[in-house]
Design a protein around this ligand. Sequence first.
Ligand code: NDP
Length: 284
Amino acid sequence: MNYQAELVGVFGRPVAENPTGAMQEAAFASLGLNWRYLTIEVGPAGLADAVAGAKAMGFRGFNLTIPHKVAVIPLLDKLSRGAELIGAVNTVVRDGDLWIGENTDGRGFLRALREDAQVDPKGKFAVVLGAGGAARAIAAELVLAGVDRLLVVNRSVHRGRELVGDLVKKTGAKAEFLHWPDPCLEVPADADLLVNATSVGLYPNVEAMPSVNLRGAPAGLVVCDAVFNPAETMLLRHAKAFGLKTLDGLSMLVYQGVIGFEIWTGQKAPEKVMKEALSRELTC
Ligand code: NDP
């Protein structure tokens, strides 16, 4: 009998309401794996000690959430191409003696797009709303997946320009920035994807939606939302009313956990179990 569990977890502050542990534990239980996911509150001053502790205790990896996604980088040995481009890490994996930083937020979005919406972004024209952490991750992975064009639309000019400047400089991508037009954004007639990566529509402001005119949107447009609470945002409700295909933020959240599970365990993740566990937590 081997009583020693494999350990993974998340470090952050605040972290108590982070539902990832329930999703990962459900996956471990369903595959009969003796693994534990620990949800641990760590403030900025404690991050280096927490990472050293995880290394000393032989963790297989860990997630990072607010405020550690950038601060953890100097404590790691290597970054994945995506994490380097995004400039933030949300998942760390131990590979032999090396601690490697990944970013599964954008990869989770891509996997949801491919598997749930059945859309391959290669050669497409994508419009991303926002320039914060989620937008950086989504925009970077869309570029790595070979979108033909990327338009980043943001309220503050500085963050939007910085995101597009980084992508163009590091990848040569065909990316442009647009300061959010007043009173609302008209979706370009040749756009294939519209992704809301702002926090507009997030609980409790569930009646809000980004100021975008979907009335004249191209019929083939796929409208995606990173906001996962609620899963059906006002933006997605509007898009459905106009007959447009949609993808919710819950799928992105599940798949970023699915990718984390697969990176750590090397096994195919039980996606359905994970989605059900997460939905249960978010409706509690
Ligand atoms: P940030 O705080 O880093 O960025 C917020 C973005 O929203 C900025 O671009 C900001 O613009 C924009 N924004 C905020 N309020 C408004 C407004 N009233 N009008 C226009 N733009 C606005 O947050 P994150 O990027 O980390 O998160 C964004 C959303 O994505 C959140 O809802 C989060 O829950 C979700 N998310 C979902 C994930 C998933 O797996 N589904 C993973 C990660 C995040 P400005 O620069 O002008 O301030």
